[in-house]
Each structure stands twice: as structure tokens, then as C-alpha cells.
Write a protein that binds this ligand. Structure first.
Ligand code: SAM
Length: 472
């Protein structure tokens, strides 16, 4: 029985409800009257149920698809403006005891060198990331209770926050590590993490168990209920995602939205962000051996329909995707991207030669961060290195309340301007700086509140004179 309030994974991701939604969507995908009704509700910009969104995802009537895309664009703009937040992953260790068949870190793989960074190496990685201009990172590690215990993760977070190199600092550490206990989530919360990220990989229990044949990650229920434990431990910014390509995308889409509905129903806080990774080639992984790959067109539709169904959520696209694909998805609702990423352990300080592949997956967008920033500005976006919300206590319910009223703009827009200014002063190339300064002049004038506008202007001057880290 589907019960979004339940803490039991089999009830909040109810298999029979997913199947019923897919059947409902298939039956109604050409029902123009219903599609129009759903679009009318979607225009209220308060979100849709998984069933309603499933109908939109299945609908292939060209003019309706155009309406879906236009609405996704409008919603992104209303909630997040033209800002795009930048981050980078930092791989701490690729030791892993799991047997995930799509991931090269699975313990059976003897080809890749196993590396676990020491605190000194983490310090060097952090400096290298700061030298690129990053302020927000996501730490990544394989699951290995002996090599990567929670104490190692906690110590690493402390190290990362402690590094102040030149004008740099990492101000938000998001954490992508395997499902763990309430007690460990409490420790992560106390360590001052930003978001806890855990991809479900697939919501289909049978496929999940087949794709994770061995190791602690085999336990579907423990993995699927991880966000509940994180919430119970006080982490109220959590980030969901599925690895598209493993299972039928329609199944994943409905189940992902059910997970989001569950978090709202049970904790009053939906997902802070949703990631949409697609499976990629990696050391001993050939994506073509998975039957459920999705093309760029379906991928774009998934992104647009998530944006419409969960208007307030951040949407993240990584460098797994090409620049061209990212450009399209930015117009359909993506609000955060990684840039200049290295997916190998220690790859920022010491980039691995191409042939020595310790990377978790192939990166498609290999451009340096500065090129990505310039590209974003040229496309009309405002790149942001803002990390204020969680540092100012705007997390969980508080964040959602402000975001749902479409007022997050009042904080994030000035913060984006001030953090981009820091980037331009400290890290930008001559060309990016010139474009960026022009953009800032324009953006400052669009701040409606006179006193905030004056304060931002004053802070921009101070940043130019060498002061750092202003925030609203
Ligand atoms: N080990 C942690 C766990 O068990 O959740 C998370 C860290 S893992 C480094 C981050 C994510 O990379 C995984 O959740 C998975 O979705 C993704 N990933 C693994 N193999 C991949 C591949 N071949 N292509 C694209 N993404 C992949």
C-alpha cells in the first residue's frame, strides 16, 4: 500500500503504485483534456504529484511538449533566476567493499590503483580546488568500513574547512558517502556539512538487488531509508538522484518523485536538490551492457518534468554530460553544475595521465572552470559561488519556506553577485574578468531593494580592496 508518510521503503516507494502510475500515464498520454488540466495545475508553480508528472513525461504531443519546456524554463526563472551555482567533487578514497556492477570501484576490479588520501594530500587537493576558485565541494568515497570509516570522513571534512590558501576557502562541504546509521549522520551534521547526497541508483527493488549483488549496499531497504535516518539525525538538506540507464526511466521518474513526496509528507522538507546522472564508461564498465540507456531528448524531458513537479528543488547536472547537453539542460531547469571536475582520487593536485584511469567515470565536459564560467556568462547566466544559506541557518524547512514563496532570490542574487566578484578578482582570466565585470554592473542594477543594492555596491568595492566573504 502506498503511504508517503510511512518510514518503510516498501510503502513510500510502493512498487504497485509505481506500476499503476505508469499504466495511468500510458493510458492518458494522449488525453489532451487531462494533459491540459495537469498543465493548468503546473502553472500554479506549486508542483505536481508523481502520477500527474508521469502523464506529462509520457505525453508526446509536440505542442504540449513545447508547453512543458516553456513552463520548466519559467519555473526555473521564478525560483532561481539566471543564477547557476558551481561546485566540484573531491574524491577521498576509492577503496570499496561493494560489488555495484556499474561502478569501477567495485571490489572485484583489480585494474585500478586503490588510493586513499592522507590528510596532507587532502590539504593539497583543497588548495588546488581553491586555486581554481571553488568554494563548494562534494566529497566522495567508496564504502569501506576499515579504510574509510566515519572518523576518516569527519577528519577529512575538518581538514578541508581548515585550509585557507591565499584568498581561498571551501565554505560548504556536501557529502556523498554510502548509507549509514543515525549516529553517524549526527556526527556529519555536527561536522557542519552542507547537503547529504545519496543516489538511489535504482528504485526497482529487484533490479537494485541484482545490480548490487554483494556488500552492505545490497540491502535495498537500508539504502532507500537512508534519507529518513539523515533527517532523524538533524540533516535537513538532502539530495536525491537515480543513475539513469540502469532501469526503465519511467519507473525511476515516478519513484524518485514518490521519494520526494515522502520526505515532504514525513518531515515537511522535500529534497534540497535532485541529481540526474547518466551511466558513463569507466575502467571496466561498458555502459552499452546496460539496456536502459536514455537519449538526450528523453533526458531533457525528464529534467523539465522534474523541474515542474518539484519547483523548489535545486537540480544538478555534472560533468558526466557534454557542454552541449549541459547547455540545453540549463534552459530546462538545472540550477547547479560542477566545473573543472576530476573524478580520480587526488586528481586536482596531481592530474592522472589519461591512460592511468583511476577515475570513477569518464568526464565529458573537460573544460577548465574558468572556461565554464565564461561560457555561462556568454549564455546569459550569473555564475554563483554562494554558500550562504546553510551558513546563515537557511536549511530544511526554513529554506523551503523562503524558496516556495519565491523569495530566495532576495538572498541568493546579491550573494551570487558578491561571490562572482571574488572569483573575478582572484581567479579569472583576463577575458572572463572583462565579461564578468560587465555582467556585475548590469546585475547590481536589477536589485530591487534600494538598501540591499547600496550594500552590495559597497561590498563590491570592499572585495576589490581585498576583503572577502560577504553574505546575506
Ligand atoms: N559510494 C557511495 C555510495 O555508495 O553511494 C557514493 C559515492 S559514488 C563515488 C557516487 C555516485 O557515482 C554513485 O552513487 C553512482 O550513482 C555514480 N556512479 C558510479 N558508477 C558510475 C558510472 N559508471 N557512470 C556514472 N556514474 C556512476
Amino acid at each position: 500500500m502506498y503511504n508517503p508518510k510511512s518510514n518503510d521503503a516498501d510503502e513510500f516507494i510502493c512498487h504497485s503504485e509505481v506500476l499503476a502510475s505508469l499504466e495511468y500515464a500510458d493510458k492518458n498520454k494522449n488525453n489532451i483534456k487531462l494533459v491540459d488540466e495537469i498543465l493548468k495545475k503546473a502553472r500554479l508553480k506549486k508542483g505536481l504529484s508523481h502520477r500527474e508528472a508521469a502523464v506529462l513525461l509520457d505525453c508526446n504531443i509536440p505542442e504540449k511538449v513545447e508547453e512543458i519546456y516553456a513552463l520548466a524554463r519559467e519555473i526555473k526563472n521564478d525560483y532561481y533566476g539566471n543564477r547557476i551555482v558551481l561546485f566540484a567533487p573531491l574524491y577521498l578514497s576509492n577503496y570499496c567493499v561493494n560489488g555495484c556492477v556499474y561502478c569501477p570501484y567495485h571490489y572485484v576490479n583489480k585494474n585500478i590503483p586503490r588510493i586513499k588520501l592522507t590528510q596532507e594530500q587532502i590539504r593539497r587537493e583543497t588548495e588546488a580546488l581553491q586555486d581554481l576558485g571553488h568554494k563548494r565541494i562534494a566529497i566522495e568515497a567508496g564504502e569501506d568500513p576499515v579504510n574509510n570509516p566515519i572518523e576518516y570522513i569527519l577528519e577529512s571534512i575538518k581538514t578541508i574547512y581548515s585550509v585557507k590558501h591565499k584568498n581561498g576557502s571551501i565554505r560548504r562541504v556536501n557529502v556523498n558517502i554510502a548509507a549509514t546509521t543515525v549516529e553517524n549522520y549526527k556526527k556529519l551534521h555536527e561536522a557542519g556539512i552542507g547537503t547529504y547526497i545519496l543516489f538511489q541508483e535504482t528504485y526497482n527493488k529487484e533490479s537494485y538487488e541484482r545490480l548490487h549483488p554483494t556488500g552492505p549496499k545490497h540491502n535495498y531497504k537500508y539504502h532507500t531509508e537512508a534519507m529518513d535516518r539523515a533527517m532523524q539525525a538533524g540533516i535537513d538538506d538532502v539530495s536525491l538522484g537515480v543513475l539513469f540507464g540502469l532501469e526503465l526511466y519511467r519507473y525511476e521518474f515516478s519513484a524518485l518523485l514518490m521519494h520526494s513526496e515522502h520526505l515532504e509528507a514525513a518531515y515537511g522538507v522535500g529534497p534540497h536538490a535532485i541529481s540526474v546522472p547518466r551511466i558513463k564508461k569507466a575502467d571496466d564498465i561498458d555502459p552499452s551492457t546496460f539496456d536502459n540507456g536514455i537519449d538526450d531528448e528523453i533526458f531533457a524531458k525528464i529534467v523539465a518534468c522534474i523541474r515542474i513537479a518539484v519547483p523548489y528543488t535545486g537540480m544538478i547536472i555534472s560533468t558526466r554530460e557534454t557542454a552541449e547537453c549541459r547547455k540545453k539542460l540549463l534552459t530546462l531547469g538545472v540550477s547547479q553544475i560542477s566545473g573543472g571536475s576530476k573524478t580520480s582520487v587526488g586528481g586536482y593536485f596531481n592530474p592522472a595521465p589519461e591512460d592511468e584511469n583511476s577515475a570513477q567515470f569518464d568526464v565529458s565536459d573537460r573544460r577548465p572552470l574558468d572556461d565554464v564560467i565564461k561560457w555561462l556568462i556568454e549564455l546569459g547566466y550569473l555564475p554563483s559561488f554562494c554558500t550562504s544559506c546553510y551558513r546563515e541557518g537557511r536549511t530544511g524547512e526554513r529554506f523551503m519556506e523562503i524558496c516556495k514563496k519565491q523569495q530566495i532570490h532576495n538572498f541568493c542574487h546579491p550573494n551570487a553577485i558578491m561571490t562572482l566578484k571574488e572569483y573575478l578578482e582572484d581567479y579569472a582570466s583576463v577575458g572572463t574578468k572583462a565579461l564578468g565585470e560587465k555582467l556585475l554592473l548590469k546585475e547590481v542594477e536589477t536589485i530591487k531593494d534600494e538598501s540591499i543594492r547600496a550594500k552590495v555596491k559597497e561590498n563590491l568595492e570592499k572585495i576589490h580592496s581585498g576583503e572577502r566573504d560577504f553574505k546575506f
